[in-house]
Design a binder for this molecule. Structure first.
Ligand code: MN
Length: 420
């Protein structure tokens, strides 16, 4: 599909992350004003909360854009999602008769603050990248036991905390936790020294699965409203001591940063691609009815305080072994149901090559092989005041589709973790 032209010049620039083809959904605020729903186009944001109020957008009998989250729109279902996208094309396409109505509700993107685009109902994180699972397994358990025997059959995951999901630009403190190194006789309670990032894609569930009712992979795919970039920050020293037998707990409960714009499944449709060859045949309920992955180029940048940015890895989402639809279908099998606003982390996206690994644990092979930054500094894990930025983009014919930065700075740990 070629670039869809808009009357807004900045949206037609081939390097613009937000052309008419994209139209991602976010929540923004201007200084002193309350947060509202917006759609990114070029270097502007279309204030759809104001447009609904003005009667220009009507998706249901009652307002759904009158709150600082997209959950009510998601709850309307796929027909309404498509209808909204068509309405937006109508306002923003080159030659639109509605141009002046739209122009009146546009805000420059520069200078706004972005907020979480939806209320996160629950958060689940998966472990669905084969290269990542292989590498981490080798480091934690040795080469013979790298890939657990269930890995090629089950999309492995853990139920995380919705309360730790934060939007890009929200800085946070390095966590304290219980740590015991292999040479230590006993554990101690201390700030994490092996604090890491994980490059992931987050899928946003836009339609519920009723309690007690599993969904197929095809149904699961249709339930997904859109995607964000996701950094599943991880304290490796806490993780290594706590993770057996029930998986990560406090090591993953400090922060999960997501990018501020929801890239819709509709926008990503031209970039759909097939997954990898299956090493073992999947059980019927996990088999894919069609291509379920996306060709999304991704990178991670590390910027020390006052220093130069360095891209430390480049990879692609199509490296994953299980798609979000497969994960969602598996997630529903036991009957817990799924909610509008559930967030599913893909798992760390690592390519086969050393410079395409999606976290520092793998990039530095457990801290043994430091990475060198542009200014000559080295890193094994994240240091205080380091800023980590994830980026993602799809390359179309004469345009690109960007996700918007997913960034966060790790601040020093609290001097004392407990107040009394
Ligand atoms: Mn993860």
């Amino acid at each position: 599909m070629p670039l869809m032209k808009s009357w807004l010049d900045s949206a037609n620039n081939p390097d613009c992350p937000f052309p008419l083809n994209n139209l991602p959904y976010g929540v923004f605020s201007r200084p002193g004003a309350s947060p509202r729903c917006g759609v990114a186009i070029g270097d502007m944001i279309l204030d759809v909360t104001a447009m609904e109020k003005a009667g220009l957008i009507r998706l249901a009998d009652k307002p759904v854009l009158d709150r600082p989250e997209w959950n009510a729109v998601m709850a309307l279902g796929p027909d309404a999602w498509t209808r909204l996208r068509k309405l937006l094309f109508g306002f923003l396409a080159d030659g639109s008769a509605m141009r002046s109505e739209a122009e009146r509700h546009m805000v420059p993107m520069a200078g706004v603050q972005m907020h979480l685009p939806f209320a996160v109902a629950e958060f689940t994180d998966f472990y669905a990248g084969k290269n990542h699972a292989q590498n981490v397994g080798e480091m934690f358990r040795g080469a013979e036991n790298a890939l657990p025997p269930n890995w090629l059959h089950i999309p492995i995951g853990y139920n995380g905390r919705a309360s730790s999901v934060i939007v890009s630009g929200t800085d946070f403190r390095r966590p304290w936790g219980q740590i015991k190194g292999p040479q230590d006789e006993a554990p101690r309670f201390a700030p994490s020294q092996r604090f890491d990032l994980e490059l992931e894609l987050g899928a946003i569930v836009g339609q519920p699965a009723p309690y007690g009712q599993p969904v197929s992979v095809a149904e699961a795919d249709a339930m997904i409203f859109g995607y964000v970039l996701l950094n599943d920050w991880s304290a490796r020293d806490i993780q290594a001591w706590e993770y057996q037998p029930l998986g990560p707990f406090q090591s993953k409960a400090t922060a999960t940063t997501i990018s501020p714009w929801i890239i819709t499944r509709d926008a990503l449709e031209p970039f759909r691609c097939a997954g990898p060859e299956r090493v073992q045949p999947l059980l019927d309920y996990l088999q894919e009815p069609g291509p379920m992955f996306y060709n999304i180029e991704m990178e991670v940048e590390l910027t020390p305080k006052g220093g130069q940015p360095t891209v430390i890895t480049r990879t692609n989402y199509r490296e994953m072994y299980y798609s979000s639809a497969q994960q969602l279908a598996h997630h529903s099998t036991a009957g817990s149901g799924m909610r509008v606003g559930d967030l599913l982390g893909s798992g760390t996206i690592s390519g086969a090559e050393k410079d395409s690994r999606g976290c520092l644990l793998e990039l530095t092979w457990g801290g043994k092989e430091p990475v060198t930054l542009t200014d000559g500094q080295t890193r094994t894990f994240i240091q205080d005041h380091d800023r980590i930025t994830l980026r993602g983009q799809c390359r179309g014919d004469g345009y690109m589709l960007g996700f918007g930065d997913c960034a966060g700075t790790v601040l020093p740990a609290l001097d004392r973790p407990f107040r009394r």
